[in-house]
Design a protein around this ligand. Structure first.
Ligand SMILES: NC(=O)c1ccc[n+]([C@@H]2O[C@H](COP(=O)([O-])OP(=O)(O)OC[C@H]3O[C@@H](n4cnc5c(N)ncnc54)[C@H](OP(=O)(O)O)[C@@H]3O)[C@@H](O)[C@H]2O)c1
Length: 248
């Protein structure tokens, strides 16, 4: 008889994400995995790797974050393929800082992908999933806005606030929210940028989330790496006159 886990799915939304990929490989063995991506054809390699490590099935779905009306259909469809146990909301864009200073359409695009689509998707997931884990991505960028990425940072601040409230709403239920707050992650999103202090790799982010999922029963907010928490509190104390000159 198959174990319960072998029927419960891992859903990665934004499956071509570096961090999403690492989480898929760490959590995908022995269960169905559903990969949702705007370039589903780019998921073929990951799908093969997942089958090799023992995923019981891999399904690939097409997903466009800005199609807000399509979010519920995607999640409900995924849930009919296999009941969703873990959902990872991994899509996002950093945006182009220089462009965002004068291009309001680009600012709106960043806000839509990194805030509106995130809270839309989390709302649908919390409504459709009866039990399990929601994983979403805040960032140190949302902790205190910086001139270098204030549009992205503002979306992360809003998303973090939303996710904290969602976690409190779900407290005592069978659903929990893992809110990851990574610092600088060396990967596709930060390609070409000089790594900041305490940089990590996508695998480190995934590992911290997996550890928290196995240790804690309820919702959790994770600074990644953990010692980033200290830097974050110092960041709040830096006078504005100095802060506004931060290069990044
Ligand atoms: N990297 C960092 O330094 C860092 C730090 C803190 C937090 N985070 C957050 O962690 C999460 C994952 O980041 P990552 O580093 O894994 O990002 P990534 O490797 O750059 O991947 C981003 C993902 O979002 C997808 N995406 C972008 N726009 C989309 C749209 N309109 N519709 C559907 N999918 C879309 C991309 O699809 P394509 O492959 O088709 O472009 C890709 O799958 C994000 O929320 C990010 O903001 C990242």
């Amino acid at each position: 008889m198959p174990s319960p886990r072998s029927r419960q799915a891992l859903l990665i939304i934004g499956a071509t994400s570096d961090i999403g990929r690492e989480l898929a490989l760490k959590l995908g063995a022995g269960r169905p995995v559903i990969l949702a991506a705007r370039r589903p054809q780019a998921c073929a390699g990951l799908a093969n790797e997942l089958l090799e490590i023992g995923a019981s099935a891999v399904h690939t779905l097409s997903f466009e974050a800005t199609d807000l009306a399509g979010h519920r259909e995607l999640v409900e469809h995924a849930n009919t393929l296999a009941p969703i146990e873990v959902a990872v909301v991994a899509f996002g864009i950093l945006g182009d800082t220089a462009r965002s200073e004068s291009d309001e359409a680009h600012v709106a695009e960043i806000a839509t992908v990194d805030y509106t689509a995130q809270i839309s998707m989390l709302t649908v997931l919390a409504d459709v999933m009866e039990t399990g884990t929601l994983v979403c991505f805040s960032s140190i960028a949302g902790w205190r806005a910086r001139r270098a990425n204030y549009v992205y940072g503002s979306t992360k601040a809003g998303l973090d606030a939303f996710a904290q409230g969602l976690a409190d709403r779900l407290h005592g239920s069978k659903l929990r929210v893992i809110i990851a707050r990574p610092g600088f992650v060396i990967g596709s999103m930060t390609q070409g940028m000089k790594p900041a202090p305490m940089s990590v790799y996508p695998g480190d982010v995934a590992e911290a989330i997996v550890q928290a999922m196995s240790k804690k029963r309820g919702s959790a907010t994770l600074w990644i790496p953990g010692r980033l928490r200290i830097l974050a509190w110092i960041m709040r104390l830096v006078p504005r006159a100095i802060w506004r000159h931060m290069p990044r």
